[in-house]
Write a protein that binds this ligand. Structure first.
Ligand SMILES: [Zn+2]
Length: 886
């Protein structure tokens, strides 16, 4: 009898949960009042926020906002809340049971004729359930703010669902750096919630934290608590500066173990959620960590820092058994610990992908799992100092995100914390795609891209896809590419049927115009410097640009399109709203500006995918090697060496000693980074200076399997690196270091030079090679020697682009010639520019030669031809199709 009553109650309250196929539930239907939204009491703040948003969105969708009620009996209704609260209110344990073994932050969506259950395993799960439902109904929050919200209007809203879902990664955090002030924090948190970011370990991330336990202010009174700093990281520390504690000093250890307990107790009192994560990670500037006798006896920098993290984990275990201790593998504590050590089971390590000392991110991802149970990656999605505001920013593109997140998931890593700033104008599409892949890394990349173009841009999807994909392909922001981008925006504005889409096109116009002003201002300032003009004259020339730039930057900032510190600019008057007419005018003006700058039509080159099934070219293409050609230097990390090897073929490589180069102002030099990435600059004998990473690309160049690391030491010039190919196929050699890779150069010397390719993005025809003049002893004078590069122009190519950036503005002669040696284009470059080279029909499907009269150049780029060049024509690899007999 009791059982029958229970069953009856269950059916009465929960609809019909035992039906095999899910029934349709109507959130709205013509003529009927909309379904109520029932918020189960006690489900937590995220659930309340989500229920409120659900009500608002359903109101916009259907034209009638539903009521929010808290009586679970009401019908028809969407029930939002914790599965445990549903069980308490109705006695129905089914949903909670279905979620019992699901991951944290999971939810159940279950429809029946009378009810739609959106029940979370926990409060975050409730929120993710609501936004998954809205996502399924076509709602999107692409960038920050109301302008980027997409809510389709429907008079009938039908849902069929019966599924438990949760995130693939436990940690999905975008850490927004510099705050924009005002509402930005709340808006960003809202965007993160709606895009299902979060962490199973709560609100806190893994960060620099030693100062929370031993503040620098103690230095005066207790210098013995602080690190003895070693300049080279190997000799005993001999000076103190108070920036890092000595982590083996017994009093310091006590401050950490006791401090951890008191911090956690405080958080337990203030916050209803249990504290699940506490960072015990070195402060920034890890070059200042301790190398006192006691610390050196413990082991490496990592060994010392990990020992402290373990000690804290041990100390808190009794009272906080579920709390993990966060440790950032970054700077000097990047390398995995010494053999025989291990992390406490409650330590979670976040492996940085930049500023990694004496190791490489890939090596860290292979080594650290041997020592620690919980691992995540610390990524860098958009960093201002690295050019995050630029449309051609080199941070991870959508294709990279899809690839790496899939790989990290397969490796069992628990997630990603990514640093970013409010650069939505340049990187917004990447942030949004990252959130999608962090939830579900197996989503096909095309599906995510199509979603963005279709739902964000509607009838303007075609030009907007062109706009974004051109930047994603790696083409630099040359005058031509800027012109094409404004052309796309103009096309998009014309095609935008929906005013909301038109507004988004206008906002991107505002962003791109702001970037245009910034570039032009920098150019003028540079020119004034070169002409040694007075400060006043410089100001006078900059004035009109700054006046407009100031206002636009501010308006771009307020729309979260660019991140600038509120301190950087002082607004003297309020800035007016950005109007459609103004956007129209800017597009026309800028398009005109760039048309004039390129002196003709804006033509598209490159971007066509190429086959990576690369072979040596036909015998008749193989010109004799040129004896005089000097091997140029390719920037580390930008260029890979590509070789087709037979099984058991042996390869030897010598490397010239690396040297520091003058870093552009926008890149922090290792010295400024105060000890985070200078490993390659310490050339003590035998020290590992960097890595050659060997990948097997398979016989058709489609795979990318990691094969081996070769350590590069200062002795490699004497002891060449040997590699034996395990099987016939294409191999890729990346020369890389843990330093910011742009700041150091390697030069491969001695035969074979083989093919090279640079910055391969999606196998597109883009090769922004960065070439630097060879090293010179200080003060030595040397006549520049010419540079010769060979590359392949595929059949049917009608034109390609050549970009040259000269070294110290000296004029540079160059010629381009095809098979047979006839010169096709000859010029003296007196400015840094791009040349569009027309290809006569009979000169395509051939190896071309680029001869530059000097090695005093800082950049050569080729857009529109396959991304391989060779110093020696016999080393060039070309797509297999091109090697077939004609
Ligand atoms: Zn010490």
């Amino acid at each position: 009898m009791v059982f029958q009553i229970f069953l009856a109650l269950l059916f009465a309250l929960a609809g019909a949960p035992f039906v095999a196929a899910s029934e349709a539930f109507f959130l709205a239907r013509d003529g009927a009042p909309p379904a109520s939204v029932i918020l189960l009491p006690g489900s937590g703040a995220p659930a309340e926020d989500a229920a409120r948003d659900l009500r608002r969105v359903l109101g916009i969708m259907s034209g009638r906002a539903p009521e929010i009620a808290d009586a679970p009996q009401r019908e028809p209704a969407v029930v939002v809340g914790l599965a445990s609260e549903w069980a308490r209110a109705t006695g129905e344990e089914g949903p909670a049971a279905r979620l019992a073994n699901a991951a944290s932050e999971s939810f159940l969506l279950l429809s029946s004729a009378k009810r739609l259950l959106v029940l979370g395993k926990d409060a975050a799960g409730v929120s993710h359930g609501v936004y998954t439902l809205l996502h399924d109904l076509g709602c999107r929050w692409f960038f920050l703010g109301r302008d980027w919200e997409v809510i389709p209007k429907k008079s009938e809203i039908e849902v069929r669902a019966d599924r438990v879902e949760g995130p693939a990664f436990r940690v999905r955090r975008l850490n927004c750096g510099a705050s924009q002030g005002g509402a930005s924090r709340a808006l960003f948190e809202e965007w993160s919630r709606r895009n299902r970011l979060g962490s199973a370990y709560g609100k806190t991330g893994i960060h620099h934290a030693y100062a929370n336990f031993v503040p620098e202010s103690l230095f005066k009174e207790h210098p013995e608590y602080f690190a003895w700093v070693s300049a080279d990281g190997k000799s005993p520390g001999n000076k103190q500066n108070g920036l890092q504690p000595c982590t083996t000093h017994p009093e310091v250890v006590k401050r950490f173990t006791e401090g951890a307990l008191s911090i956690l107790r405080g958080r337990r009192e203030r916050d209803p959620d249990p504290p699940l994560l506490l960072s015990v990670s070195p402060n920034d500037n890890t070059g200042n960590l301790c190398r006192c006798e006691r610390c050196r006896a413990v082991g490496s920098y990592t060994d010392c820092a990990l020992l402290l993290a373990n000690q804290v984990a041990e100390a808190i275990r009794g009272e906080f058994p579920r709390t993990l201790v966060g440790f950032m593998a970054y700077g000097r504590v990047s390398p995995a610990p010494s053999a025989g050590r291990e992390a406490d089971p409650n330590v979670i390590v976040s492996m940085a992908t930049a500023y990694t000392w004496n190791t490489h991110p890939l090596e860290m991802q292979l080594q650290w799992p041997k020592f620690v149970r919980h691992l995540i990656v610390r990524e860098y999605y958009s960093i201002g100092q690295w050019g995050g505001a630029r449309p051609d920013y080199e941070g991870p593109a959508i294709a990279d995100l899809s690839q790496t997140l899939k790989r990290w998931r397969a490796q069992g890593l628990e997630g990603v914390e990514a640093e970013m700033n409010h650069f939505w104008g340049s990187c917004g599409a990447r942030f949004w795609a990252a959130a999608r892949f962090l939830w579900m890394p197996d989503l096909p990349r095309e599906e995510v891209s199509d979603d963005f173009y279709t739902n964000c841009w509607g009838t303007a999807a075609v030009p907007m896809r062109r706009y974004f994909e051109r930047w994603e392909s790696g083409q630099p922001a040359s005058a031509r590419v800027m012109g094409l981008a404004f052309q796309d925006l103009a096309d998009a504005a014309r095609l935008a049927a929906d005013p909301a889409v038109r507004r988004r096109v206008d906002l991107l116009t505002l962003y791109l115009h702001g970037f245009h002003l910034q570039e032009q201002t920098a150019k003028i300032a540079e020119e004034c410097r070169r002409m040694k003009l007075s400060e006043e004259e410089t100001q006078r020339r900059l004035e009109p640009w700054c006046e407009e730039g100031n206002q636009l930057l501010y308006r771009g900032k307020d729309a979260y399109l660019v991140a600038i510190s509120p301190k950087a600019y002082r607004m003297t008057r309020p800035h007016p709203p950005f109007t459609p007419a103004e956007a129209e005018n800017l597009r026309a003006r800028d398009l005109d500006f760039y048309r004039k700058a390129v002196g003709g039509a804006l033509v598209e080159v490159g971007g066509a995918p190429v086959s990576m099934d690369l072979m040596p070219p036909r015998a008749r293409e193989r010109a004799a090697p040129s004896a005089t050609s000097a091997s140029p230097e390719f920037l580390l990390g930008k260029t890979s060496y590509l070789m087709r090897l037979k099984a058991n073929e042996e390869l030897t490589m010598s490397l010239e000693k690396p040297r520091e180069i003058e870093a552009p102002a926008s890149i922090r030099t290792p010295k400024e980074a105060r000890g985070e990435g200078e490993d390659l600059l310490e050339s003590a004998r035998g020290e590992r200076l960097g890595r050659i990473i060997v990948w097997s690309l398979g016989s058709e160049g489609r795979d990318r399997d990691f094969l081996a690391f070769h350590s590069v030491t200062s002795e490699n010039a004497a002891r060449p690196i040997r590699f034996v190919a395990p099987r016939e196929g294409l191999y890729q050699f990346d020369v890389a270091s843990g330093a910011r890779e742009k700041s150091v150069i390697f030069r491969v010397v001695g035969p074979p030079s083989r093919s090279m390719f640079a910055d391969l993005k999606n196998h597109q025809n883009i090769s922004p090679l960065e070439i630097r003049p060879p090293a010179r002893a200080k003060g030595a004078r040397r006549a520049p020697s010419p540079t010769t590069l060979y590359f392949y122009v595929p059949k049917g190519t009608t034109r390609f682009a050549l970009q040259l950036r000269r070294f110290k503005n000296a004029p540079v002669d160059f010629t381009l010639s095809a098979r047979g040696g006839q010169v096709i284009h000859e010029e003296r470059a007196t400015r840094d520019s791009e040349w569009i080279i027309p290809v006569p029909t009979e000169r395509s499907d051939a190896v071309w030669k680029l001869w530059i009269g000097t090695d005093q150049i800082s950049r050569v780029g080729l857009d529109g031809v396959p991304p391989c060049v060779a110093v020696d024509p016999s080393d060039l690899l070309v797509p297999r199709a091109a090697t077939a007999a004609p």
